[in-house]
Design a protein around this ligand. Sequence first.
Ligand code: SF4
Ligand code: SF4
Length: 60
Amino acid sequence: MPAIVNADECSACGSCVDECPSDAITIDEEKGIAVVDQDECVDCGACEEACPNQAITVQE
Ligand code: SF4
Ligand code: SF4
């Protein structure tokens, strides 16, 4: 399962974007949240570790 963003917790800080090795995450400026391209995500967990708000989790 790919990474899932909790929109209520995400502050669009961009840390996960910087850490993602697959460039699977982009920031939706309009909504102010990170968006994961599920086709590109390789479930590595780097975004989860990078997020200061625990807003992105990789589903088991
Ligand atoms: S789990 Fe890895 S590949 Fe998937 S969005 Fe997070 S950092 Fe990117
Ligand atoms: S690191 Fe967390 S708070 Fe920052 S953009 Fe990514 S999901 Fe949102």
